[in-house]
Ligand binder design. Structure first.
Ligand code: PGA
Length: 251
């Protein structure tokens, strides 16, 4: 595991974007696994700037997003598809045909999961670079704490804390989705490179548990310890418990 200390969120965003940018420079037709949430927003903003500067291009890249709410369509402001359009897709030169999103409005969600896995299966060498955030409960994508690590794309009942974390994005009284669809662990663990981003004190305890505790499905992110090419990019606040308990790893 490669642990990259950043002083703050701005540095984290620059460093994460630099990793993705070098991936695209070295292999313009890279397959990128993308995450939503607050954490990668700064990274995406940096990537947009790099495209505008002419330093990188997404024109040959393909993307797969991790997850979506059941019932959400790309047009819904709170959907992850809409998030990606807002923060990245509408601002870079990605070919729309190369964007892969889960359809939360699919009539048959089981079939939608199979379609996504099949699409991922067509990518011969898998995902080149998978960006991940981590939930306060240790989830990656919508892989919530469980009694096993689900391998394939699947439907999930979201934990109360996950639902609560979304409340900020919804109008008061609005119905917040309680289920999600998520890529499973197989494509994540099969990615050539995994970049786990964590920012802020609210992630400090779970980051330490995931990276230094037991590997167990109750802490989904802990599975990443078995990945051969994991890079964690985190800011000082997110690393605070690790710094306290395992100072030699960071300093
Ligand atoms: P956040 O979400 O980036 O908004 O903290 C991360 C996650 O829940 O995966």
């Amino acid at each position: 595991m490669n642990l990259i200390y950043c002083e703050d969120y701005a540095e984290l965003s620059r460093k994460a974007a630099s990793v993705v940018a070098s991936q695209l420079i070295l292999n313009p037709s890279s397959v990128l696994g993308l995450a939503t949430g607050n954490t990668p927003i700064g990274c995406y903003a940096q990537l947009v700037e790099a495209v505008l500067n002419g330093d990188i291009s997404f024109s040959e890249a393909r993307t797969f997003n991790l997850d979506e709410y059941v019932g959400a369509s790309r047009e819904d402001e709170q959907s992850f598809g809409h998030f990606m359009d807002t923060h990245l897709f509408s601002k870079v030169d990605l070919n729309p045909e190369n964007i892969n999103l889960l359809d939360g409005r699919a009539k048959d969600i089981g079939q939608e999961c199979l379609r996504y896995d099949e699409k991922l299966g067509f990518v011969q060498c898998g995902i080149d670079c998978q960006i991940l955030g981590v939930g306060r409960n240790g989830h990656i994508g919508f892989n919530e704490p469980d009694d096993h690590f689900p391998l394939n794309t699947h439907i999930v009942d979201l934990e109360e804390g996950t639902i609560e974390a979304q409340r900020a994005y919804y109008a008061p009284g609005a119905v917040i989705p309680t289920q999600g669809i998520t890529m499973g662990m197989r494509p994540i663990m099969g990615a050539k490179q995994v970049i786990l981003l964590a920012s802020g004190e609210s992630k400090a305890a779970i980051l330490e548990e995931a990276l230094f505790g037991l590997v167990k499905p109750e802490i989904p992110a802990s599975i990443l310890r078995f990945h051969g090419n994991l890079t964690v990019i985190a800011d000082r606040a997110a690393l605070s418990v690790i710094i306290e308990k395992h100072p030699s790893v960071v300093l």
